[in-house]
Design a protein around this ligand. Structure first.
Ligand code: PEP
Length: 263
């Protein structure tokens, strides 16, 4: 079964509610045609409700950028899976900016993955090595550890029929927001040699072959064509370029075209 391409826009901490409304009105008309691609927009928490209303009647999905794993409690400033699931179908988890600045670790990512699945949210699980780890030749070990940890305790709970309900994003930290993307071959190698084999060990080959694995890190309209035409790369998690409507449309178009390429 071919994997359905997937493109998500991570708006990070940009866009007020008013700006979000404007951004969605610019984005949506350009994205509508690409029905073969699973398209997702991830605005900040404060804009979720407004964006949800504007996406009504489209097949463009809504995601949040983080959440707590508990369903409620005395956790000032946090947002629970129950609250996210009222509005969203997707949740970005373990983004390197959360790991770097907010103490996110493999264990909390694992708790959040379990909470997401328990609430019917599709987790977009981010993994990737830092520059230091890459330079020390530790990329494969780091990514393997992150993938294993994210799915810890889920062995036996996810079969190939659940593969479309989980997304992994390989995002080398040094490529995020730097304008210095990975090479296509470099990203594909990590997916082929580390991410899918690790998923195979945990959930079996059928699941690992069916799950979408994205690339993220300085994707733009030009390099998206190359990244997405690689048979290992099923789409992208896009930061900066997701806030440029014309560019984001071209990125989604590249994902759509990748289906008919030699892939
Ligand atoms: C991201 O935020 O996940 C990301 C990949 O950002 P950028 O596309 O700006 O590198």
């Amino acid at each position: 079964m071919p994997r359905r391409p997937f493109v998500a826009g991570n708006w990070k901490m940009f866009m007020t509610v008013a700006e979000s409304r404007h951004m969605v009105s610019e984005l949506v008309p350009g994205l509508q045609a690409y029905v073969s691609v699973e398209r997702v927009i991830c605005p900040p928490f404060t804009a979720l409700m407004a964006v949800k209303d504007l996406l009504e009647g489209t097949d463009i999905g809504l995601g949040a950028q983080n959440m707590h794993w508990e369903i409620s409690g005395a956790f000032t400033g946090e947002v629970s899976p129950l609250m996210i699931a009222e509005m969203c179908s997707y949740i970005i988890l373990g983004h390197s900016e959360r790991r770097m600045y907010f103490g996110e670790d493999d264990q909390s990512v694992n708790r959040k993955v379990k909470a997401a699945l328990a609430h019917g949210l599709i987790p977009i699980i981010c993994v990737g090595e830092t520059l230091e780890e890459r330079d020390a030749g530790r990329t494969h070990a780091v990514v393997e550890k992150q993938v294993k940890a994210a799915f810890e305790g889920l062995q036996g709970h996810l079969g190939s029929e659940h593969a479309s309900l989980v997304v992994v994003a390989y995002e080398p930290v040094w490529a995020i927001g730097t304008g210095r993307p990975s090479t296509v071959e470099g990203a594909a190698e990590v997916i082929l040699k580390v991410i899918r084999p690790t998923l195979t060990k945990i959930f079996g080959k059928e699941f690992a072959e069916a799950v979408r694995v994205l690339y993220g890190g300085s994707i733009n309209a030009q390099n998206a064509v190359e990244f997405f035409s690689h048979e290992q790369i099923d789409g992208g998690l896009v930061g900066g370029a997701s806030l440029k409507p014309a560019e984001f449309q071209l990125i989604v178009q590249a994902a759509s075209n990748s289906i008919s390429s030699s892939k």
